[in-house]
Design a protein around this ligand. Structure first.
Ligand SMILES: O=C[C@H](O)COP(=O)(O)O
Length: 254
């Protein structure tokens, strides 16, 4: 039985005031929730403030990116050890916005995956096809390629205890979520793809769905057997909407 995980990716949003108010709201809304892991990934500059504000709550700190280098002359970067030092645990890598705007390749993202594993942090590996790839019937091919960059170089065991987030690019921030059936089909494909190498590892890997998840559509997505939670963008910036999503995951997987 997999424990679901709902994670909020705040992207490039926030201020000191917002961090304080949003975490305050989340702590109130989520204090009684059981059966669903919850994490938030604020912008790097607010990680320390967020960790202080989270205090003894069950909400876990995450981050939106990591560098492949451990230390040295890499201006502007943040290392895995620094993220660990500040208390972050779930680290998003391979988000389509970084693949697109920062030209991050599958191989580069696989390096980040290895660096996080070595530091004892949990990669949240984002994969997913663009609209054009979807229309060309290449969804499975793209997802397999993005997973294989890790699977073929680090082995199936590397996926022990990690999180994969299937985020069709056409669904991100568009208000047009994949249907539960569409998402389930891809999630099952991802799990089966890993199972070809190691069925036990595939069975425990958390596969989140991401792309226009909100308080209205979350429950039907989580009703699908291979959807183990969500990576939430826009709706994670409102405590009440995010809490509805977390509660839907807890209820669906109880
Ligand atoms: O990381 C989160 C995803 O990009 C989803 O963003 P969204 O919920 O705003 O569509």
């Amino acid at each position: 039985m997999r424990h679901p995980l709902v994670m909020g990716n705040w992207k490039l949003n926030g201020s000191k005031k917002m961090v304080s108010e949003l975490i305050d709201g989340l702590r109130k809304e989520l204090s009684a929730v059981q059966g669903c892991g919850v994490a938030i990934a604020p912008p790097t500059i607010y990680l320390d403030q967020a960790q202080q504000a989270l205090g003894d709550s069950q909400i876990v700190l995450g981050a939106q990116n990591v560098d492949v280098n451990l230390s040295g002359a890499f201006t502007g970067e943040v290392s895995a050890e620094m993220l660990k030092d500040i208390g972050a645990r779930y680290i998003i890598i391979g988000h389509s916005e970084r693949r697109t705007y920062h030209k991050e390749s599958d191989e580069f993202i696989a390096k980040k995956f290895a660096v996080l594993k070595a530091a004892g942090l949990t990669p949240v590996l984002c994969i997913g096809e663009t609209e054009a790839e979807n229309e060309a019937g290449k969804t499975e091919e793209v997802c397999a390629r993005q997973i294989d960059a890790v699977l073929e170089t680090q082995g199936a065991e590397a996926f022990n205890g990690v999180v994969i987030a299937y985020e069709p690019v056409w669904a991100i921030g568009t208000g047009k979520s994949a249907t539960p059936a569409q998402a389930q089909a891809v999630h099952k494909f991802i799990r089966d793809h890993i199972a070809k190498k190691d069925a036990k590892v595939a069975e425990q890997v958390i596969i989140q769905y991401g792309g226009s998840v909100n308080d209205k559509n979350a429950a039907e997505l989580f009703a699908q057997p291979d959807i183990d939670g969500a990576l939430v963008g826009g709706a994670s910036l409102k405590a009440d909407a995010f809490a509805v999503i977390v509660k839907a995951a807890a209820a669906a997987k109880a």
